[in-house]
Design a binder for this molecule. Structure first.
Ligand code: C2E
Ligand code: MG
Ligand code: MG
Ligand code: MG
Length: 276
């Protein structure tokens, strides 16, 4: 937009002002979201698919904010604000605690065990006592470390290699699994992944969505799966929305599948119905 144009400029600055105000308002309300019990967790199943049979292997934990003032706010809106303000530490710890408590509860009630996959943002990993926090939650809830997977986006790896390697190795030592999330969207190349102890690679849904429409994505997804396997990682395809996508991925040996075609994310109650 041309700043030189007077009319445009006014519109532009007004718009920016409104956005900044909105952000500040959100930030203030987000500060009270935890005490007001406005945060909730959704669960989205991840399946293995063998010989036409699907079986649940894990579920991704996805946070939602049901704000009294703003209505339902998605994580893509408020997680960045939580990151910038540091609120993510408190919110993130609440998410891990609540998910592990829920997981332990499902186990105690005799549901077949499955993994919980929890998203961790860069700033959470930088908490000086993150390992203690994890240990505390595991012993508090009795949830087994082996049934927990932490999903990490590539951002942190570029920012600070040394620290990332150190903290990720410590997480592995607790027995927790690690996944690299949204693979293919950042600057990552598969070659540096071998320096980190990832167990799973999640192919970003942008690549899954364009399978068959953009033939170069077919090649990319195939190559990703092969190389991930070469590095001893399992592959999760996210954003599977059609039977054709599922078939393509299965034909090319993806290990696990997640997406609207299988299930949408859902609150704990309906997820429990599905477990039955
Ligand atoms: P993500 O970790 O890549 O999570 C997958 C996102 O894809 C989720 O969006 C999910 O609802 C959506 N999705 C799943 N299947 C499909 C599909 O078939 N089609 C389409 N179009 N979308 C699908 P959601 O829940 O809005 O979360 C967005 C992002 O917000 C997540 O991306 C993650 O980066 C972040 N996030 C969510 N929950 C948490 C959390 O508890 N902590 C942190 N730090 N970040 C979170
Ligand atoms: Mg994720
Ligand atoms: Mg993802
Ligand atoms: Mg994402």
């Amino acid at each position: 937009r041309e700043i030189g144009n007077q009319g445009d400029f006014e519109f532009y600055s007004e718009d920016m002002g409104r956005k900044a105000g909105h952000k500040l308002e959100m930030e203030q309300q987000l500060r009270r979201a935890l005490e007001n019990e406005e945060l909730l967790l959704n669960y989205q199943p991840v399946y293995a698919y063998l010989d036409g049979e699907i079986s649940l292997v894990s579920t991704e934990v996805l946070v939602r904010w049901n704000s009294k003032e703003l209505g339902m706010v998605g994580p893509e809106k408020f997680i960045p604000i939580a990151e910038n303000t540091g609120l993510i530490v408190e919110i993130g710890n609440w998410i891990i605690q609540t998910a592990c408590q829920q997981g332990a509860d499902w186990m105690a009630r005799g549901y077949r065990p499955f993994r919980l996959a929890i998203n961790i943002s860069p700033r959470q990993l930088r908490q000086y006592d993150f390992i203690n926090v994890l240990q505390g939650i595991l012993s508090d809830t009795g949830y087994p470390a082996e049934q927990l997977c932490l999903e990490i986006t590539e951002g942190i790896l570029i920012e600070d290699d040394q620290y990332a390697r150190f903290i990720l190795n410590q997480i592995k030592e607790l027995g927790i699994l690690l996944a690299i999330d949204d693979f293919g969207t950042g600057y990552s190349s598969l070659s540096y992944l071998k320096n980190y102890p990832f167990d799973l690679l999640k192919i970003d849904r942008a690549f899954v969505a364009d399978l068959d429409i953009d033939k170069s994505h077919n090649q990319l997804v195939k190559a990703c799966i092969l190389m991930a396997h070469g590095l001893n990682m399992k592959v999760v395809a996210e954003g599977v929305e059609t039977a054709d996508q599922l078939k393509f991925l299965a034909d090319h040996a993806s290990d696990y599948y997640q997406g609207y075609y299988l299930n949408r994310p859902m609150p704990a109650k309906p997820f429990e119905e599905l477990l039955k």
